[in-house]
Ligand binder design. Structure first.
Ligand SMILES: NC(=O)c1ccc[n+]([C@@H]2O[C@H](COP(=O)([O-])OP(=O)(O)OC[C@H]3O[C@@H](n4cnc5c(N)ncnc54)[C@H](OP(=O)(O)O)[C@@H]3O)[C@@H](O)[C@H]2O)c1
Ligand SMILES: [Zn+2]
Ligand SMILES: [Zn+2]
Length: 345
C-alpha cells in the first residue's frame, strides 16, 4: 500500500477532516496521479448528506493532475503527463454497453471514483479530495494542452454529464436549447450548447443570473417562477436540459419542449411523477443520462480544447473544503468550486 492525504467525511454532520489515506500498489495497468485540482460537485454534497453513508467517505470525482508513476503494462502514459479523471474508474469491459463505449451504463454498474467497489479487491473507492489517486490507465484521459488544469477539472463530471445528452440529442446550429438551473452542470451546458451552435436559453429561478447567462453566451434567460414568461415560451425548445439539484415538478419544463422535442433530466435523479398527457401533447420525450462513456469523454475534452471551453471556477485551497461545501449548499457559487490540493502533503 502507498499512503497519501485526503479529506474524509467522518460522522454525519461533522466537517470533513484531513486524514492519511491508503492507495493500492500499482497494478500493471494502473497509473498513480498527483491530484492537483478537484471540482466540488453537488453530487458530493448529496453523498455527504445521504442517510447511513460511510464515515470513511472521501468525495471528489472530477480532477486533474500529473502522472507520477505507471504500472508495468501501461502504454499510454508516462510520468509527468498531465491527465484528467472523472467519476468512473472501471467497468466490466464486456457487456453490450461497455462494448458500445458506454461504460457509464455498464450492466455490472461502473466503478465510481468514490464510494464505489473496486472490481479486483472489493475495497471501497476513495475520491479525489486527496493528493494522490491510483487509477486504471483506460479510465485516465490526457489533459489537452491549452486547457487550464484547474478550470478543466469540472469538465470530467459536470462537463461530460451535459455533453453526452447534448450530443446524443443531436444539438447543433439548428437547435433551440434551454438549460434549467444555472449551476456547475448548467453553466457548462450553456457553454457547450453555444459552442455547438445552438440558440441557447437559461431557465433560472430569478433574473439574478441574467447578465452571467449572456456572458456565457446564452441568448436569453427565462425566469422559471414567472408564469407569464413560461407561457410565452411554450413549445419553444427542441431540448430542455434539466440540471436542477432538488426534486421538482417536471410539468412546467415539459410545456417548454417543442413538438417531438426532449426533456433531458440529469440533475435530480430520484423518482418523479409525470402525467402522460404532458408527453402526449406534442409527442414529447422524457429522458435522462449520467456521466459519459470513454469515447464521449475523450471527444468532449478535444471539443473543449478546440473551443476554449472550461468551467468558471472559484479556486480554493483544499483546507477550505468545508466552506466550499457549505456555500454550494446555499447556491453561493458562480459556478464551480475547485479545490487546490497542493496544500496537502
Ligand atoms: N446525471 C449525473 O450523472 C450527474 C452528474 C453530476 C451531477 N448530477 C446532479 O446534478 C445536479 C446539479 O449538480 P450541480 O453540481 O450543477 O449543482 P449546483 O451547482 O448546485 O447547481 C444546481 C442548480 O439547480 C438550481 N436549484 C438549486 N436549488 C433549487 C431549488 N430549490 N429549486 C429550483 N432550482 C434549484 C440552481 O439554479 P438557478 O439558481 O439557476 O435556479 C442551481 O444553480 C445535482 O443534483 C447533482 O447531484 C448528476
Ligand atoms: Zn459530479
Ligand atoms: Zn460493462
Amino acid at each position: 500500500m502507498r499512503t497519501t492525504v485526503g479529506w474524509q467525511a467522518g460522522p454525519a454532520g461533522a466537517e470533513l477532516h484531513q486524514v492519511p489515506l491508503e492507495r493500492r500498489d500499482l497494478r500493471p495497468d494502473d497509473v498513480a496521479v498527483r491530484v492537483d485540482y478537484c471540482g466540488v460537485c453537488h453530487s458530493d454534497l448529496h453523498a455527504l448528506r445521504r442517510d447511513g453513508r460511510d464515515t470513511s467517505l472521501v468525495p471528489g470525482h472530477e480532477f486533474t493532475g500529473v502522472v507520477t508513476e505507471v504500472g508495468s503494462g501501461v502504454t499510454r502514459f508516462a510520468a509527468g503527463d498531465a491527465v484528467a479523471v472523472g467519476n468512473i474508474v472501471d467497468s466490466c469491459g464486456e457487456c453490450p454497453m461497455c462494448e458500445r463505449g458506454q461504460e457509464n451504463f455498464c450492466h455490472e454498474f461502473p466503478t465510481l471514483t468514490y464510494d464505489g467497489t473496486d472490481r479486483h479487491d472489493g475495497s471501497t473507492t476513495l475520491g479525489g479530495y486527496s493528493r494522490e489517486y491510483v487509477v486504471r490507465e483506460g479510465f485516465t484521459y490526457p489533459l489537452p494542452a491549452g486547457l487550464d488544469p484547474a478550470a478543466a477539472a469540472p469538465l470530467l463530471c459536470a462537463g461530460i454529464t451535459v455533453w453526452e445528452p447534448l450530443r446524443a440529442l443531436g444539438v447543433g446550429p439548428d437547435s433551440r436549447v434551454a438549460v434549467a438551473g444555472l449551476g456547475g452542470l448548467g453553466h457548462l451546458a450553456v457553454k457547450l450548447a453555444v459552442a455547438l451552435g445552438a440558440e441557447t436559453t437559461v431557465l433560472s429561478r430569478s433574473a439574478d443570473k441574467a447578465e452571467d447567462a449572456r456572458r456565457l453566451g446564452a441568448h436569453d434567460l427565462i425566469v422559471s417562477t414567472d408564469e407569464r414568461q413560461l407561457a410565452a415560451a411554450r413549445d419553444r425548445f427542441d431540448v430542455v436540459l434539466d440540471t436542477i439539484a432538488v426534486p421538482h415538478d417536471l410539468g412546467p419544463y415539459l410545456k417548454l419542449v417543442a413538438l417531438d422535442g426532449t426533456l433531458g433530466v440529469v440533475g435530480y435523479l430520484g423518482p418523479v411523477t409525470v402525467p402522460m398527457m404532458d408527453l402526449l401533447a406534442g409527442r414529447k420525450r422524457l429522458g435522462s443520462a449520467g456521466s459519459g462513456g470513454r469515447p464521449a469523454t475523450a471527444e468532449m475534452l478535444a471539443f473543449c480544447a478546440e473551443h476554449d471551453v472550461t468551467a468558471d471556477i472559484e479556486l480554493l485551497p483544499s483546507k477550505q473544503v468545508n466552506e466550499a461545501l457549505e456555500r454550494l449548499g446555499r447556491n453561493d457559487v458562480r459556478y464551480r468550486f475547485v479545490l487546490d490540493l497542493s496544500d496537502l502533503s
